[in-house]
Design a protein. Structure first.
Lengths: 134, 821
């Protein structure tokens, strides 16, 4: 066996090891209920802002603390704590992807993605509305 | 119906030329293939003539299409959907080009134009490889033309026509029942260009990046031509300048995108391992691997099979990335993502129609491809170059897997796997080792000779650079160090090793220009590119590891609001207008905000920064850009203060006047007794008692003063209670009062008068804006300029190699002709 072949085999073994460890790092998309079952585990929670509940963000007191209620498609809701600034137009968001974990019944959010009406994908439809509005 | 005021001619002409481009590239493909396969030279000449003319027509057509589209946008013909959807009247002329590549059609157009230019250059050069290579490129031109041809067969459509009219796009909209619809307000102006794209980088980054993408077809086409004509090794020298050009331009294009991200996006850096970034990095890695095996083959005859794989794969990965970023499969995982035009199937076919036949051809010819039985010596340059190419390839494979596993796996199995907790680290922890190996190989391999080198000579030459590098690393360790210890000592050690290896690559390759090439700069392209590559790595390692958050919330008093705050990264700092706030080594003061852009869409916030020792002060203008295109809200646009050795990078995370509402609310007066209740919009409050001469944590009045404090409890609708303690007092024979503000409820209370019958007058103001303020994030990126200088050097190095290698190739051809004569 050539030494190049041996090296290739070693590299392939390394690559497989790396990929397996990557698979171990993967997380899941979850609902409120399934995230509750995995308390403490890092998940991607897909939900939307419960607009009937208040969004607490007072940047003068603390710009790194925000609290709101998120509700998922099944109607379950949870309190969310986010240690960062409130994203612009948070109240207008239609869908939230919250990255974090459940802790004592609250969702500790590390990072969030917002889908706003008419951002990127839906802009054609928004434009259609612009057209019809007079 | 006859519509009034439409300009239909440019669109009809434009679409005609799209169809012409499609037909002529079809003819060119056929004729070039015929020419490539013909045995009779006269036959070949005839076919080639036809093919060249057809390709010339294709070239002119795509330029005409582009010009027409530009004309429509610059003339503001909003009856065209492309102009209406991607531009408006208030746009700076310099950004009109960006409108073209905001949409998918425009970027396909850019791609096909570059293919046209590249094809013309290859035809001008002319060689025996012209026909088969051009057949491949012409075929790609057919595919790209279908992307913009916009043909409908019932519900099925092929491509998306950039010359579609608004009334064709939204055929069911009621406004088009009127012949004079163009005179309506909503047709008088377009939707505008996405604000984030209104940046000078966005004018130049896409053309360069697409030139990079487009040029990857040349090494691919040469490889296919080699397999096709069964002249397996004959093309590699001629293709070398092209593959060098492609890697140089693609690398530059990618890093221009990084520079744009750094300057106008707010993920706080230049690279985030976003799928769209990865999709362009992966072909580059594979292409660079291919260049190295190509060089090995040219010098020794080894590694030809690998070269084929890398070049076929390079272009295939460009197609794959096109599919990935444009089809919408990435969904939530990317910040970029084009609008989904519903062309997924077409994009998939575009990819497969190249990839499958190419690998089938490779497989069928595999055993004929010459290779040397005898193995490379361990002391040879080619052996270690091959190992390096292999590592680059594996790195590309791992990145591809990590990027596309989730969307594809979820699509197939219906599962819901998502990205790891720390996405960037999941890449970094692997790629740091790739960087170590590649940088070490880059440093030492040039000092080895092809075929076989003697150990003593190699050690003698490499000794000086090694010592210098060790000295630099130790000095750096002592003076500055890399402070990234978040991921444990193992990863920090890896970063240090990578730092050593990168410096080694810089020093060894710089030294090689003298030690190995005797200062012959003309031939030093590779060394310079390697120095640039090493410098880029050094810049990445320092700026990413030593990135500092300056805007740490150090005020301390605010943290009680949230018990768990201490463990969280508190990277936002609130600055109240006019108030100097402690920010690490600086005092930061938010002075004012104003809108200065032409259309008033950009608000600049002036933040004065002063070193605490007063040695230096400067001003930052982070800004907020009001989103266009019917989108609500703002995009935050960072501002940086550049120094030679660091950048102070700032952006606004929250501003109180984002809604741009004027604070016109007035105080409302209430007369009340103790235990009376007053309602406000979000709840009510109760006057508990009135305390004379209060002395507590808030006020220190002595019994001899004349002061009254209203003790009030505010009950919000959410059930939260707040204390409010406005005070009324007499000083210097004058009645005064102090407001107390409950910021969380946005109400201000004032105890303004004492009335009869034990009543007091309470002033209440509700406003969303109590005090003007902004929340800011400020980072320090040290030595980021090393990265940019590295990229420039790398591009220069590639450019020099292109010139040197194509001259070398031409001289060789001339010598051959002389010998033959």
């Amino acid at each position: 066996m050539k030494k190049t072949h041996i090296i290739i085999l070693i590299f392939i073994a390394l690559a497989i090891a790396v990929l397996i460890s990557f698979m171990g790092d993967l997380t899941t998309y979850d609902t409120v209920a399934s995230a509750r079952q995995k308390e403490g585990k890092f998940v991607h929670l897909i939900a939307k802002l419960d607009k009937s509940q208040p969004v607490n963000y007072d940047p003068i007191k603390n710009p790194n603390y925000m609290q709101f209620t998120a509700v998922d498609t099944l109607g379950h809701s949870t309190l969310v704590i986010y240690h960062n600034a409130k994203p612009t137009d948070f109240e207008k968001s239609e869908r939230l992807v919250l990255k974090g974990s459940m802790k004592d019944g609250k969702f500790e959010c590390k990072e969030m993605l917002m889908k706003c009406p008419s951002k990127y994908k839906d802009d054609v439809n928004a434009n259609r509305n612009n057209l019809s509005a007079n | 119906m006859n519509y009034i005021g439409e300009h239909l001619l440019p669109g009809q002409l434009g679409h005609f030329f799209i169809v012409l481009a499609f037909v002529s590239s079809l003819v060119a493909t056929f004729a070039f293939s015929k020419a490539a396969n013909s045995v009779d030279p006269a036959d070949e000449k005839r076919w080639k003539r036809l093919a060249r003319i057809s390709f010339g027509i294709d070239f002119l057509s795509v330029f005409f299409v582009f010009g027409t589209l530009y004309y429509i946008i610059s003339a503001h013909y909003f009856e065209y959907f492309y102009a209406w959807n991607h531009s408006n009247r208030s746009l700076d002329t310099s950004y009109l080009l960006s409108c073209i590549w905001e949409g998918q059609e425009g970027s396909f157009l850019l791609w096909t134009m570059w293919h046209g230019v590249i094809g013309m250059l290859i035809m001008a050069r002319g060689s025996k490889w012209e026909a088969p290579v051009m057949a491949v490129i012409s075929f790609a031109q057919i595919c790209l033309a279908t992307m913009i041809i916009g043909l409908y067969f019932g519900d099925v459509f092929i491509g998306s026509n950039p010359f579609l009219l608004v009334r064709e796009k939204f055929a069911d909209a009621p406004v088009f029942a009127r012949p004079d619809y163009l005179s309506l307000a909503q047709m008088q102006d377009g939707q505008g260009l996405n604000q984030l794209l209104q940046n000078y980088w966005m004018v130049i980054h896409p053309p360069i990046l697409f030139l990079g993408f487009a040029s990857t077809i040349v090494p691919f086409a040469f490889a296919i031509a080699g397999l096709w004509k069964k002249d397996f090794g004959g093309w590699t020298r001629q293709a070398l300048p092209w593959s060098l050009f492609s890697a140089g331009i693609l690398g530059l294009g990618i890093m221009m995108g990084a520079a744009w991200a750094y300057e106008s996006l707010t993920f706080g850096g230049y690279w985030a391992w976003d799928p769209v970034e990865n999709a362009s990095l992966v072909p580059w890695l594979v292409l660079v691997a291919g260049i190295h095996t190509q060089l090995i083959f040219n010098a020794t005859g080894h590694s030809l099979r690998a070269t084929y794989v890398f070049f076929i794969l390079g272009f295939s990965l460009v197609l794959y990335s096109t599919f990935l970023t444009r089809s919408g499969v990435l969904g939530d995982s990317s910040v970029h993502a084009f609008t989904d035009l519903g062309m997924n199937t077409q994009l998939l076919i575009f990819m497969l129609i190249f990839v499958l036949p190419a690998f089938a051809l490779y497989a069928s010819r595999f055993k004929f491809i010459p290779h040397i039985k005898k193995e490379e010596e361990t002391s040879s340059r080619e052996f270690w170059m091959f190992i390096g190419a292999l590592v680059l390839f594996l790195s590309a494979a791992v990145i591809t897997w990590q990027t596309s596993f989730n969307p594809i796996y979820n699509k197939i199995t219906g599962q819901s796997t998502a990205a790891p907790e720390d996405v960037e680290f999941s890449f970094n922890k692997i790629q740091v080792f790739v960087a170590i190996v590649i940088a070490l190989l880059t440093a030492v391999t040039q000092y080895l000779k092809y075929k076989k080198s003697t150990k003593e000579q190699w050690i003698k030459k490499i000794l000086v650079p090694t010592v210098i590098t060790a000295a630099i690393t130790v000095t750096f360790f002592v003076v500055s160090g890399l402070e990234y210890d978040k991921k444990g000592p193992g990863f920090q050690a890896a970063i240090y090793l990578a730092f050593f290896a990168s410096v080694y690559a810089v020093v060894a390759n710089a030294a090689y220009i003298w030690a190995g090439l005797q200062g012959k700069l003309k031939a030093a392209g590779a060394s310079i590119a390697h120095v640039g590559f090493g410098l880029s790595l050094v810049g990445i390692l320092i700026s990413a590891s030593n990135r500092k958050v300056l805007s740490h919330n150090t005020t301390g008093i605010n943290l009680k609001f949230d018990e768990r705050s201490k463990e969280k990264p508190l990277e936002n700092l609130t600055l109240i207008k006019g108030l100097a706030t402690d920010m690490g080594a600086y005092w930061a003061t938010y002075q004012n905000s104003d809108s200065t852009s032409k259309s008033g869409t950009i608000s600049y916030y002036r933040v004065d920064m002063m070193k605490k020792d007063s040695s230096e002060s400067f001003t930052l203008y982070p800004n907020l850009i009001r989103n266009t295109k019917g989108q609500e809200g703002f995009s935050n646009n960072p501002d940086s203060r550049h120094y030679w050795n660091r950048d102070i990078f700032s952006y606004i995370t929250y501003a109180d006047n984002m809604d741009n509402r004027e604070d016109t609310t007035q105080f409302v007066n209430h007369s009340l007794k103790v235990n009376d209740t007053v309602y406000y919009s979000n709840g009510f409050f109760i006057l508990n008692k009135v305390v004379p001469n209060p002395s507590n944590d808030k006020y220190q009045f002595s019994p001899t003063d004349t002061a009254l404090m209203a003790d009030i409890t505010v009950f919000s609708k959410e059930g939260t209670q707040y204390a409010a303690r406005p005070v009324f007092y007499v000083k210097d024979n004058e009645a005064r009062y102090m407001l107390d503000t409950v910021f969380a409820q946005n109400i201000a209370l004032g105890f303004s008068r004492v009335l009869e019958n034990q009543q007091i007058e309470l002033q209440v103001k509700e406003s969303s804006r109590m005090v003007p303020f902004i929340s800011l994030k400020v980072y320090e990126f040290p030595h980021i300029n090393i990265l940019w200088i590295g990229i420039i050097l790398m591009t220069v190095g590639f450019g020099m190699s292109v010139v040197y290698r194509s001259r070398q190739g031409r001289l060789k051809a001339i010598n051959k002709q002389k010998q033959a004569a």
